[in-house]
Design a protein around this ligand. Structure first.
Ligand code: HEM
Length: 394
């Protein structure tokens, strides 16, 4: 069954040391010629789904396309979380955790705390007149916000962040991912224990004490969920901030309009999410034999749903490779679709808005550093690897 199938990465000709720079011509061809393509995913036969309509159909039907395959993937480092659950179990657990991720439920005056962190990061390079906004800002900001939400002491921020990065590498280096997962669990366990008797106003306390139908999450469930959030902070919002800045800096006319009218930041973020979706792939497993776009998918095989390709589907978004904050259709699916729609989307938007607003306030004349190359890269997650900029200093 698996003979002749390419692996996902082979399709794009990339590997760990030469990251995929532009998967979009391949996606475009697949959408035209083979919108449901047989491939190999970690040695298993799977189906690559690239058209918007088909991607949405898979994500909409959670009975036919289950999340249980994530138990073999990302859950290896996270433990059992809502990402691998279906149906009533998923709903119950999701209802426990999602209210606590709403910005208004977060610790203290969340926007002020996040703004303070953004200023601290900018203080470190503002006088220099130049910076790498990925390494010195976007990479650190969301995780710093998150570590403060759960009251991690300042001296441990870097360690926790490094574990978050290691978790992401589980596919290419399972040992590294598993080591970080164990270290993070050991770090979080005493925090969870302490919050049982010393309830604070932080996210860990809320998770430890929240109840649905008289049931609480077990310690391991809280730890797994916190690990999922570390991963979400370490690899997604950072790319959203980096990509949106990258796109605006490469379109100075749009940058000027956003700077002048900050209500347009949300449009820029949405277009950044569509144009270079930070999470490119979502996995599902067919629970029975089915067909998608006329192609037979046997029960038990995986659908690799290409959110990044769907968001560039010309059937949905005219001239899809163009970054355009004025685009009418903003219904991208960068946060997924259906029952597993991203539980942290509002937090991600808010962090993105605070990050861009603060950078625009503090860095007049912000522009790309001439003669320095940078670009958006990656397969499963995408974002710019560096963003060398210059700006005016007083
Ligand atoms: C730009 C930033 C982000 C992007 C692009 C993103 C993308 C996604 C996507 C595509 C899914 C759906 C996965 C699926 O259908 O299987 C998802 C789920 C999820 N995201 Fe995000 N995410 C982002 C930020 C965050 C943040 C900041 C948090 C938490 C603090 C978060 C927490 C979650 C959780 C808990 C789920 C699982 C929801 C469920 O299975 O019901 N995400 N995210």
């Amino acid at each position: 069954m698996s003979e002749g199938r390419a692996t996902y990465v082979e399709l794009f000709g990339g590997n760990e040391t030469s990251p995929v720079e532009n998967p979009y011509p391949v996606f475009r061809r697949l959408r035209e010629e083979s919108p449901v393509l047989p491939v190999l995913a970690m040695g298993h036969p799977a189906w690559l789904v690239t058209r918007f309509e088909d991607v949405r159909a898979v994500l909409r039907d959670d009975e036919l396309f289950s999340n249980r395959c994530n138990a073999r993937g990302i859950s290896i480092v996270m433990g059992r979380t809502i990402v691998e659950m279906d149906g009533a179990e998923h709903l119950k657990h999701r209802n426990i955790v999602t209210p606590h991720l709403a910005p208004r439920a977060l610790k203290g005056d969340f926007p002020k705390v996040a703004e303070g962190i953004a200023h601290e990061l900018i203080d470190a390079f503002a006088a220099r007149g130049r910076a790498d906004l990925v390494a010195e800002f976007a990479f650190t900001f969301p995780l710093q916000v998150f570590t403060r939400l759960i009251d991690v002491p300042t001296e441990d921020h870097e360690t926790v962040h490094n574990w978050g990065i290691d978790l992401v590498h589980v596919a290419s280096d399972p040992e590294r991912g598993l080591r970080a997962a164990a270290a993070l669990a050991d770090y979080l366990r005493p925090m969870v224990e302490k919050r049982k008797t010393e309830r604070g106003d932080d996210l860990v306390s809320q998770l430890v004490h929240s109840e649905i139908d008289g049931e609480r999450m077990s310690d391991e469930e809280v730890i797994s969920f916190l690990r999922l959030l570390v991963l979400a902070g370490a690899e997604t919002t950072y790319h959203l901030i980096g990509t949106t800045l990258f796109a605006l800096l490469n379109h100075p006319e749009q940058l000027e309009r956003v700077r002048a009218d900050r209500t347009r930041i949300r449009d820029a973020l949405d277009e950044g999410l569509r144009w270079e979706s930070p999470v490119q792939l979502v996995m599902r497993e067919a629970t029975r034999d089915t067909q998608l776009a006329g192609v037979d998918i046997p029960a038990g095989e995986e659908a690799i749903v290409c959110v990044g390709s769907a968001n560039r589907d010309e059937r949905e978004f005219p001239d899809p490779d163009r970054f355009d904050i004025d685009r009418e259709n903003k219904e991208h699916i960068a946060f997924g679709f259906g029952k597993h729609y991203c539980a942290g989307s509002r937090l991600a938007y808010l962090e993105g808005e605070i990050a861009l607003n603060t950078l625009f306030d503090r860095l007049p004349g912000l522009r790309l550093q001439p003669d320095e190359k940078c670009g958006v890269v990656g397969v499963a997650f995408r974002g710019p690897d560096r963003l060398p900029v210059v700006f005016d200093t007083p």
